[in-house]
Structure formats: structure tokens, C-alpha cells
Design a protein around this ligand. Sequence first.
Ligand SMILES: [Zn+2]
Length: 229
Amino acid sequence: MADVIPIDDAVPPTVHAGVEALRDVAALFWQQGWSRGTSSNYSIVLNRDPFRLLLTASGKDKRRLRATDFVVVDEAGRLVAASEERPSAETGLHLVLAKQPGVGSVLHTHSVWGTLLSELYAPAGGFRIEGYEMLKGLTGVRTHEHREWVPIFPNTQDIPSLARDIAKRLIDPVHTMTYGFLIRGHGLYTWGRDVEEARQHVEIFEFLFEVVARRLSLEAAFSVLPLST
Ligand SMILES: [Zn+2]
């Protein structure tokens, strides 16, 4: 991934709009507490052929991303334009997701509720969310009766290995993974056809994570005063 292609005329002109869109995302997510410090990373597909991915550079403060805090990489994660910045350490995860048909943006957050739930449900490999109206914020979901399984992958610093596991899961016909997943003790990955849809999916997941986690902490109260009474 350290190889640099010494040309930058292949960087699409949409790069500037993409940079501004991801700076907005970072400011919002920081404000919400989902992207504190230098955590999280975000990407936008600039071009399919040749493949070009705009990605946050490694170790940048998400409270105030600068226009220079980004890189453009190709399908193998190599820098397309000469840059002093390094791609995020998790570039390989963005690549495997962004190469999926219909995916235009991948967003990754590190929230308190997502982190806690990923620890709690890791032994089960995931958890189900159902019965909430907010599920309809996931594109294509039509009813609160939808059952969304949130897979949880073990955390690791071996990104190529994790990327392989995720790639396998994306084509698993039985255990489908349509909207996103958690990494244990780490955070959420979700995606969308463009950055707006991916941002909405982060907002929906983070809302639902908080509801699920807070409900668990109120379980005793729910058992005494069921919602139906
Ligand atoms: Zn991360």
C-alpha cells in the first residue's frame, strides 16, 4: 500500500465535492460523539473504472478535518496522487466494501453504544434489532417488523485478514449482510449508494444501538411495567 503511482491526472474532478462532503460528515459525527479524536474513517467512490477511492488520511482529527487530510487510492490501496499523507490503516476494509456494486460511500464510526453492544453480543456473533420504526431509515426497509441482524467481527490489527472475512460474508447466501456490521470493541461500518445514504445509515444504526443498549439497562423496569400496559 505504500507504492505511489506518480501521476495525479487520473484523480477525477469530483474529488473536491467529495472532500467537502466528508468534512461535513466528520464535523457532524464528531459533534454526535461517534468520531472522537482521530478515530473513524470515511470514503467516497470517485470513479469505477479506473477505480478511485477518496479516503480520509491516517490519524486526522475528526473535529476539524482539513481539505488536505485526504488521499485518493486505486483498487489495490495505492496512492494515486503524490501525497505526504498516508491512507487510513483500515483502507483494505473500505476497498472491499466500496467495490461492491451500488456502493458509493463507506463510513466508519466509533460510538460508545456500538462499542458496548459489540462487546456484549460478540459471543453470539451479532444481535438482532426488530420492532422499531427507525429501521425504515435503512434503504429498502418498509416496515418496523423488519429484522436486522448486526454481525460482529473480532477486532484485529491484521486488516487484510479481516477484509477477507468481510468479503466472504458479503457473498454468503445464508448470512446476508446488507447494511453494515460491528467490529468488537471497535465500531460500526456501514455504506450506501452515495455519501448521503451512508450518512443516514450511520444515523439510523447509531440511534438503534443507543435504544437497544439503553433498553437493556432498563430491562428490570420493562419487566415490571411492560410497554403493552
Ligand atoms: Zn476504526
